[in-house]
Design a protein around this ligand. Structure first.
Ligand code: GRF
Length: 200
């Protein structure tokens, strides 16, 4: 069974959606670790309730990104993690983790990238007056919400009620992230079976 780590900084509704989908085997993997750079964030409470180990750390207690990512990498290795899902993790991932997990780190973003990267994507889209909102799952690289796009969902909405569009976007995020991670895990499993067959 493949092993997933989820990185989050805040509320953790996407964490919850992914972890629940693993429990129900809608994703053929296990959530083994919650990595959180804001000790005490609500996501850590969600993880505790699900009995998922949490790694909480203060980035400022480390000399550099490299130092705290080396600490995280140690823990990911101990847990034999196959895939990392960022879910509201408010940091740019550095070379230490990117090099250790090539094409194995995903992120979800509440806009149709490359439009509206960065913070408050929904607010940015509302200010622009867009009529089609959306969500994107992409591979992570060393740029802000850059990296190759894996999947997207469009949400036509001709209004300006922030709460209403936020509710629609978050619901769509949960569905798209679960579906996309399930597909990625299936393709990792398929490729490792192919490799096993070729070896035998
Ligand atoms: C989501 O909108 C996600 O797309 C973005 O951060 C938000 C996290 O929400 N990257 P939650 O913590 O999963 O509820």
């Amino acid at each position: 069974m493949k092993r997933i780590a989820i990185f989050a900084s805040g509320n953790g509704s996407n964490f919850e959606a992914l972890a629940a989908a693993c429990e129900k085997r809608r994703i053929d993997a296990e959530t083994v670790l919650c990595v959180c750079d804001h000790p005490g964030a609500y996501v850590t409470e969600r993880a505790r309730r699900k009995g998922i180990r949490t790694l909480e750390f203060h980035p400022k207690s480390y000399g550099s990104k490299k130092e705290y990512e080396e600490m995280i990498l140690e823990e990911l290795k101990k847990e034999n993690v196959d895939l990392i899902c960022l879910a509201g993790y408010m940091r740019i991932v550095g070379a230490t983790l990117l090099d250790a997990f090539p094409e194995r780190i995903l992120n979800i973003h509440p806009s149709l990238l490359p439009a509206f990267p960065g913070v408050d994507a929904i607010g940015q889209a509302l200010n622009y007056g867009v009529k089609v909102f959306g969500v994107t799952v992409h591979f992570v690289d060393n740029t802000l919400d850059g990296g190759k796009i894996i999947s997207q969902a469009a949400i036509p909405y001709n209004g300006d009620d922030r709460e209403e569009i936020e509710t629609m976007v978050h619901a769509r995020e949960h569905a798209l992230y679960v579906e996309t991670v399930a597909n990625i895990i299936n393709s990792i499993n398929f490729n490792s079976k192919q490799n096993d067959n070729q070896r035998n």
